[in-house]
Design a protein around this ligand. Sequence first.
Ligand code: ISL
Ligand code: CA
Length: 555
Amino acid sequence: MESNWWKKSVVYQIYPRSFNDSNGDGIGDLPGIIEKLDYLQKLGIDVLWLSPIFDSPNDDNGYDIRNYETIMDEFGTMEDVELLISEAKKRGIHLVMDLVVNHTSDEHEWFAEAKKSKDNAYRDYYIWREGEGSNPPNNWGSFFSGSAWEWNEPTQDYYLHLFSKKQPDLNWESDSLRKAVYEMMHFWLNKGVAGFRMDVINLISKHPALPNGPVHPGQLFGDGSPYYMNGPKIHDYMQEMHQEVLSRGDILTVGECPGATTEDAALFSDPNRNELSMIFTFEHMSLDSGPYEKWDLRALHLPKLKKNFRKWQTELHGKGWNSLYWNNHDQPRIVSRFGNDTDYRVESAKMLATCLHFMQGTPYIYQGEEIGMTNVVFESIEDYQDLETRRMYDEKMANGAVHEDVMQSIYVKGRDNARTPMQWDDTAEAGFTTGTPWLKVNPNYKTINVQEALASPNSIFAYYQSLIQLRKELDILTEGSFVLLLPDDEEIFAYQRHWQEEMLTVYCNFSASTRDISCVHENESDVVIKNYETLEWHDNTLTLRPFEAVIFKFN
Ligand code: ISL
Ligand code: CA
């Protein structure tokens, strides 16, 4: 493999539970993914990242792993994974696994042992503390509501869980735990996987004193993040992991890093430091919420988004590497979020893709994004399956919130927006399953589906195909520097890329209004890609229509 091959790759994320069900039990599975490899090859992607496929009781849909080296029954068998790896390879597609090692399931054998007694051999694989009188060891809240501590009767103390109580945090201070993780990573690399997406990897190093955190306005628990995000030993662990595992090949690694700054990102992704290929930032995903929780809805102020991208594009240029994403299985659908999913769905989906895919970094496409899938509205809280949503709803209602307000937050930010089944065609259940899907399909599948997209040369799908192709053809996309234009404009996101004698200028209208842009240097013949059929161009003025995107190239 060419070195740093992942710099020119486009990754496609599959949430296996919601992708394609091959046997009618309502749950997507590995044979279902294999059936769709031709579709993915047609799209043109190079890498498939699968959300966790390992044995799990599914408290958090596989992000609670019971056994790292066996496959979840509902998804299939180890033979299916091996077939998937080889069938993907035939189509030039690498497979990347989700590595979830901040925590395991409480049903993992390690935890089942560890909780038995204080002298158990696995005791130090997890994080234990005595209570403060009848209270937990500190005031930290969990990401999924409630305290981050759970009482363990046999040992008369508490274990830490930053996520649900069925996801106890691993203790990375333990040499044998770290060794076990590295062995497991070798197990998967030996099977032929090309890399790892590392779940909340920057949370694995906790400040040993575990002090109380600040209690922010409106919050019920303390914020422990200063004591576990980018903690004291995080880079030691990453360098050790690199030495013990990742140095064996040119492996794609992407660390999911909530709370990481550009400085942190440079430490993780500077090739001379031998840690990771890149990280996922959360900064651009938090600009439409209040400071303390994502459910606190705020309108996006476009200049903030633009300046945030400028920061990441310029501060990592030549120092590290960016990932580029709008969507994943935790985020609402981008066309509903920063686009317009009613009047300009197709235009805004293409515009958003343009804006992201012309930046420097490795782009990630989340299943359904390439056909412009949207957020969903279910009337009843019972129709939501995500534990984060359900716990938040219960906690807020118990504290006097109004049902309608809580539902509104869920409609805008709930993770199930991303998890409704993939919309393949206009038959029952969107062609996802012949049975009853584990989560309801979005009722708009009759018009928004893959079959419809493949039939139209102007589809969002066809546009993504072109963007992926351009990444292969234009080295300036991988190499060029970034300059933000019109930084304070509240509707237009414009930037340039520069490399050698070449230059790209990107104009994206994030609004439903029409705007004139003065373009003295541009020519109609220099257009690389655009999302309307024709340009509106008179006397050096480009008229950008709602959600229009145009890119010019000079050399
Ligand atoms: O989803 C979030 C905000 O909506 C985050 O709080 C999210 O839980 C956090 O980014 C970590 O996400 C990852 O780890 C979780 C898992 O539930 C997510 O699906 C995963 O992407 C615990 O493993
Ligand atoms: Ca199935």
